[in-house]
Write a protein that binds this ligand. Structure first.
Ligand code: NAD
Length: 245
């Protein structure tokens, strides 16, 4: 479904991001795995040796426009294009409002929101020149309902939906589609870090009776990146087993 396409996946070293990387590679794409440290990128690449001709690693500072532009230029140089950007890197929070420091709030805004803006801008510049492309952001089911602690996290995901819908409209004329996937509870390190009783309580409320697997989410990233979604833009696609927090 993605033959001859080049994708960058931020936070591609583990969890949902790594599942997206594998899904894109299985479907013929060339993929740049973007991670925060060379060491974690190398570990991810070690698990992808069968695709070594079509996979590379990059470690830009996602909030630094120059660093991101240089990394994306290196991807284009190696693979000849940049057609798909999966903005997946993110951190979560459970801190109560009373304990929240400005530093923690700024950090979550940086990684979950500012990085999406910086990477989208750098990718769109290349995609416009090429005549089109696809940007897919990672939202969350809490972007609809909020959550009872860690207000910074849903705040960033509401904002990601806003960026998605706005850029979907703004970039349509340049042939660039912009969509988001809103996962429900998905079995990754992010969820492993939550108290077990909380995971059980949330899982019990999922009509489909189970949390999501990273591959469930990666399948949505595949659809939105592919030509099958050629008339889909500005959409936030829920992949959450009909969960409601
Ligand atoms: P994870 O913690 O397993 O992976 C997060 C990824 O983001 C890692 O690869 C990490 O290296 C990267 N990252 C974190 N900080 C970074 C930084 N400063 N610079 C570069 N990369 C950085 O989490 P996950 O569950 O796979 O989450 C992936 C995305 O899915 C996130 O945006 C998250 O908000 C979203 N999400 C997850 C769930 C869930 O239940 N797991 C639900 C809804 C949305």
């Amino acid at each position: 479904m993605l033959k001859n396409k080049t994708a960058v996946v931020t936070g591609g070293t583990r969890g949902i991001g790594f599942a997206i990387v594998k899904k894109y590679l299985e479907n013929g794409a060339r993929v740049a795995v973007a991670g925060s440290r060379q060491e974690t990128v190398d570990r991810a690449l070690d698990q992808l040796t069968e695709y070594q001709d079509r996979v590379m690693g990059i470690c830009p500072d996602l909030c630094d426009p120059d660093s991101v532009a240089d990394a994306f230029a290196a991807v284009r140089e190696r693979f000849g294009s940049l057609d798909i950007l999966a903005n997946n890197a993110g951190i979560s929070s459970r801190t109560s409002l009373y304990e929240y420091t400005l530093e923690e709030f700024s950090k979550i805004l940086d990684i979950n929101l500012k990085a999406v803006f910086v990477c989208s801008q750098a990718a769109a510049r290349i995609m416009k020149e090429q005549g089109g492309g696809v940007i897919i952001n990672t939202s969350s089911m809490v972007s609809e309902y909020g959550q009872p602690a860690g207000c910074g996290y849903p705040a960033t995901k509401f904002a990601v939906n806003g960026l998605t819908k706005s850029l979907g409209r703004e970039l349509a004329r340049d042939g660039i589609r912009v969509n988001a996937v809103a996962p429900g509870v998905t079995k990754t390190d992010m969820v492993a870090a939550l108290p077990q009783e909380m995971v059980e309580r949330i899982s019990a409320g999922i009509p489909m009776g189970r949390p999501g697997e990273p591959e469930d989410i990666a399948n949505a990233f595949l659809y939105l990146a592919s030509g099958q979604a050629s008339y889909v833009t500005g959409v936030v696609l829920k992949v959450d087993g009909a969960a409601m927090t």
